[in-house]
Design a protein around this ligand. Structure first.
Ligand code: CUA
Length: 180
């Protein structure tokens, strides 16, 4: 069968338009995601020794969870490990800037909270940091989204967003989920 060179050229032009269109849509999606919901790749580079996380420094057990510092800044620290989060539940205030800091002592984990800009990998040796603000109260799930072993699918944390009126730090500036 003879190939019509003209129809070939038309077909190529159609595909070229389609490809340019697809590339423009992807570019638009990237620019929109970074400007509007502030979804950016994490840019914080901060080293931490994964072997001594539990012994000394910022991520010892009694320093985990949500804390309000003297300047009123809210920071939530979480250790992700095979196959749980410590703590498994954190409380954060609604409509306030919250800084999440994650570390891992063992393998690469990842986490996200759907509908927010929280979406990062947690690599041993580094602190993953995300700034965010929650605009409505509620209990949100934060699952691990990086395959980390057999228990990966069981690995989930709760982020409890409460109205500012219900966000009551204790004398050490700490707020924790109520025990069940
Ligand atoms: Cu941790 Cu998957």
């Amino acid at each position: 069968m003879a190939i019509d060179p003209l129809s070939n050229a038309r077909s190529e032009r159609r595909w070229a338009f389609a490809m340019v269109g697809a590339a423009m849509m992807m570019l638009f999606a990237i620019v929109w995601a970074s400007l509007s919901p502030h979804m950016n790749p994490p840019s914080n580079i901060e080293n931490v020794d994964p072997n001594t996380l539990h012994i000394a420094g910022e991520f010892t057990e009694d320093n985990l969870g949500t804390q309000v510092d003297a300047k009123g800044r809210v920071t939530t620290r979480i250790v992700t490990s095979q196959f749980s989060f410590a703590p498994e539940c954190v409380v954060v205030p609604q409509d306030m800037q919250v800084t999440f800091r994650f570390v891992s002592p063992d393998v690469i984990h990842g986490l996200l909270v759907v509908g927010t800009n929280i979406n990062t990998m947690v690599v041993p040796g580094y602190v993953s940091q995300v700034h965010t603000m929650f605009d409505k109260p509620g209990d949100m799930l934060m699952p691990c989204h990086e395959f980390c072993g057999l228990g990966h699918s069981q690995m989930v944390a709760h982020v409890r967003v409460v109205p500012i009126a219900d966000f009551k730090p204790d004398e050490n500036g700490r707020v924790a989920c109520a025990e069940h």
